[in-house]
Design a protein around this ligand. Sequence first.
Ligand code: B4P
Length: 190
Amino acid sequence: MLNLVLFGPPGAGKGTQAEFLIDTFDLIHLSTGELLRSEIAAGTELGKKANEFMAKGNLVPDEVVIEMIKGKLATNPDTKGFIFDGFPRTVNQAKALDKLLNENGTPISAMLCLEVEKEELIKRLLTRGQISGRVDDQNQKIIENRIQVYRNKTEPIIEYYHPQNKHHTIDGMGSIEEIAERVKKVVEKL
Ligand code: B4P
């Protein structure tokens, strides 16, 4: 089973590169951002709670996203593997994910870390904000908060995967196709 963590700051291209990986390697895409946005769109209690955090560019509490992922893993037992996009976002979430996967004997194969300069991240997200209607993409202050939250709470996860030899860095600057080619090369070697 191929279980990939697609990692990087907001706007690094996680969701974008996940599209290529799903087609090439026949994996199931689990994006916590997308799952949370569909809860918001459906007006559920979970969505209402998540929106309070997401609109400000803060992380949704660990227990909410862990429960959500747990449900998705259980409903897809026969897949060739998963792409975890935007999850884990804290060391706590990384530990919880390992626990869930180890119960099934299907650990994380690799963490693919997309590296992109801050100015480029802001440019990409503001551009998306003009068409997507996502409130968290429309305001530079909120975007900068998301990047700061990434540095403080999410980046430490690298220190969790690195000693397990699962951490791979990928240059995330350039065209979407160029980056997809780099990602593919890393995955093919696993
Ligand atoms: P996410 O939905 O994960 O949003 P994201 O970090 O912006 O990444 P995304 O994958 O959507 O964008 P991409 O870089 O592909 O999270 C949103 C919020 O949800 C978080 O802030 C948090 O509040 C909450 N949340 C989600 N998961 C959570 C968790 N586990 N725990 C707690 N809270 C959680 O693309 C960005 C843009 O760049 C796109 O428009 C794309 O077209 C463009 N782009 C991509 N690659 C490009 C390239 N090479 N060149 C030019 N443009 C490019």
